[in-house]
Design a protein around this ligand. Structure first.
Ligand code: G6P
Length: 614
């Protein structure tokens, strides 16, 4: 996850930026850089691939002088982790410096346009279009702040961007679009700071404010102004953060779970980093442990997991089977380990365990290993048990998840599984070029899709008021979205203690339909796909029996409004991608109901983050 720190005040900036970067190291990164604006000579940029220590060694005691600057830790998405690709980036004449977190989805088109105007690019990154866009607008007479706003309106995707210019000494401007990580504004005495996260500010101030999506901030040593992207001023009061590092890590969120739900767009960027080539529409998995010959020899894939990870495995089953054409099954680890299953060296076992310590999953993996299976594990924790048993590990890179009920680890497990499915399909030659292009293009839109789902939380608060006192819920889905119905029901059970069942909608007539009446709300997952009409009929059947239907449908589908009491829209995407954005309404719905009911959200009763006993 990229990290940003910026300072303007009356102290020397360089050391302060380097200290700030060290506090952001926990986010993970592959390159670092700082730029300090010298009052006479303008911005000086020092950057390097590798760890912060590499940059510290390069700089030694020769720190650049100046009291305003920007620092960055980069996690590569577009362009390898090289010195040139590290941030901050500059415009043609090194007047403007920019640090960026996010993916400029339309950077190729903008870069092409800027190059035709004569702009010279020094890196392979998407980010570098930003300083050149700002340069172009400033040359037209706009201020730095106006140029930032204009640039924000040109780029697609979710972003946190910080910039300074030698032409406006002492000033730093930032904007945030969607949810590509936060920007926290730190208020000091005769100094102001900006950072991706609070730990980078705590040595200097405990007085902070948070930049919302679609907002810009402009700081000098003793002034701060906030506005919307159209320039409308925004009033914002700073607040005090706690000294306790864990509460500090929670920022201005009331619970870790909601913070982690909000981290999903950024987490997914990290999951995809260097695994997907957005330009060539293919996958690269350096950690994949098997040769192409072995991949061609697999004749069965078995996915295992527990809880939310089992639901990810069930979605993975459809992805892997449909893309690779290898017979695939998803199993609950605690059942599978006692089943005496057929396994040999042509069986690929894929285990999903965010903790890597779930006793049943680890034991099932050991059993499979003894029977000769090839194994890959998906995990969020380095050095976990599961990673020591498998032949190879794909880290899901969700970042630390504190909330016991999984949210971002689910979305990152799904994303990792889809990349893995595409990768295996490419190796086996079962994926057409067009289909690969479609999937990769939609994967690149994913952070933005997830961000857009986080922008209308009000509707979940309304739903929580209307539905928070019911005792039972039914979640219905079909095909690849059935596991999401299970996940929606699980989330509700886990954190709000309401009884909920997830069902295949086609199974409804074989039992659950007898439960439906006005006291049984039904959450119907009905995105646009091949099963849409069948799902539509099932929804109708439920409504006809008095059930109150909450539909989760694709944007643009007004048909469902005729039947459902309430519709939550998710961005329309390719049918195979649907389950990933679909996860977000499940999480927010359960979260707001749990808040409404006053439940202990981050640590629900009787549950543990990692279940290390059978
Ligand atoms: C516990 C957690 C769940 C998690 C499950 C599997 O039940 O509360 O959030 O989904 O374990 O965990 P794993 O580490 O194997 O993914």
């Amino acid at each position: 996850m990229c990290g940003i720190i910026a300072y303007t005040g009356d102290r020397q900036a360089a050391q302060l930026l380097l200290d700030g970067l060290s506090k952001l190291e926990y986010r993970g990164y592959d390159s670092t850089g700082i730029s300090v604006i010298d009052p006479k000579d303008g911005p000086k940029v020092h950057k390097s691939s590798g760890k912060l220590q590499v940059l510290l060694d390069i700089l030694g005691n020769n720190l650049p002088s100046g009291t305003i600057g920007i620092g960055h830790t980069r996690w590569a998405t577009h362009g390898k982790p090289t010195d040139f690709n590290a941030h901050p980036h500059t415009d043609c004449s090194t007047d403007v410096v920019v640090a960026h977190n996010g993916i400029v989805e339309n950077y190729l088109e903008i870069k092409d346009e800027l190059q035709r105007e004569g702009h010279k690019f020094a890196s392979e990154t998407d980010s570098e279009v930003l300083p050149h866009l700002i340069e172009r607008f400033m040359a037209q007479g706009y201020t730095l702040e106006e140029s930032m706003r204009n640039s924000a309106q040109r780029i697609r995707g979710a972003h946190a961007v910080v910039a300074a210019s030698r032409h406006e000494p002492g000033k730093i401007v930032a904007f945030r679009l969607g949810n590509a990580g936060g920007i926290v504004v730190g208020y000091g005495k005769n100094e102001m700071l900006l950072a991706s996260d609070i730990p980078a500010l705590l040595n200097h101030t405990k007085t902070v404010a948070y930049l919302g999506a679609g907002e810009t901030v402009s700081i000098t040593n003793n002034q701060v102004t906030y506005s919307l992207l159209d320039g409308t001023p925004v009033g914002k009061k700073p607040s005090q953060v706690s000294y306790d590092p864990l509460s500090a890590a929670k920022g201005n969120y009331p619970h870790f779970m909601i913070k982690e739900i909000h981290e999903q767009p950024e987490a997914v960027v990290n999951t995809l980093r260097e695994r997907i080539s957005f330009d060539e529409f293919r996958t690269t998995l350096d950690e994949f442990p098997f040769s192409d010959k072995e991949v061609r020899e697999f004749n069965r894939v078995v996915l295992i997991g527990m809880g939310t990870s089992l639901h990810a495995a069930m979605v993975g089953q459809t992805w892997i089977e449909s893309l690779t054409r290898i017979p695939t099954e998803a199993n609950n680890s605690s059942e599978y380990r006692y089943r005496n299953p057929i396994i040999d060296k042509r069986t690929l076992v894929i285990s999903i365990a965010q903790s890597g310590e779930t006793a049943d999953t680890v034991s099932a993996m050991e059993m499979a290993k003894n029977l000769g299976a090839r194994q890959i594990t998906l995990c969020n924790i380095e050095g976990a048990q599961s990673t020591r048993i498998a032949d190879g590990t794909m880290f899901i890179r969700a970042g630390l998840e504190v909330g016991v009920a999984s949210s971002k680890t689910f979305v990152c497990s799904l994303t990792t599984l889809l990349v893995l499915a595409i990768y295996i399909a490419e190796r086996r030659g079962t994926l057409s070029e067009n289909h690969a292009r479609e999937l990769v293009t939609e994967l690149s839109r994913l952070p933005n899709m997830l961000g857009s789902l986080l922008s209308n939380e009000q509707q979940y608060q309304t739903l929580a008021r209307d539905y928070g006192n019911y005792s039972n819920f039914l979640f219905l889905g079909r095909g690849i979205n059935h596991p999401l119905a299970l996940e929606g029901a699980l989330k509700l059970k886990e954190i709000s203690y309401i009884h909920a069942e997830g069902y295949q909608a086609g199974e409804m007539k074989h039992g659950p339909i007898s439960l439906i009446d006005k006291n049984m709300p039904i959450v119907a997952l009905i995105p646009q796909d091949d099963l849409y009409e069948k799902m539509f009929n099932n929804m109708n059947e439920a409504a006809a029996r008095g059930g109150k239907v909450i539909a989760i449908a694709s944007e643009g589908d007004s048909e469902v409004e005729g039947i459902a009491e309430h519709v939550i829209y998710v961005p329309a995407t390719s049918p195979l991608i649907n389950p990933i954005p679909m996860a977000v309404p499940m999480q927010l719905f359960a979260y707001e109901i749990a808040v409404h009911r006053g439940c202990e959200i981050d640590q629900p009763r009787n549950l543990a983050k990692s279940v290390t006993v059978e």
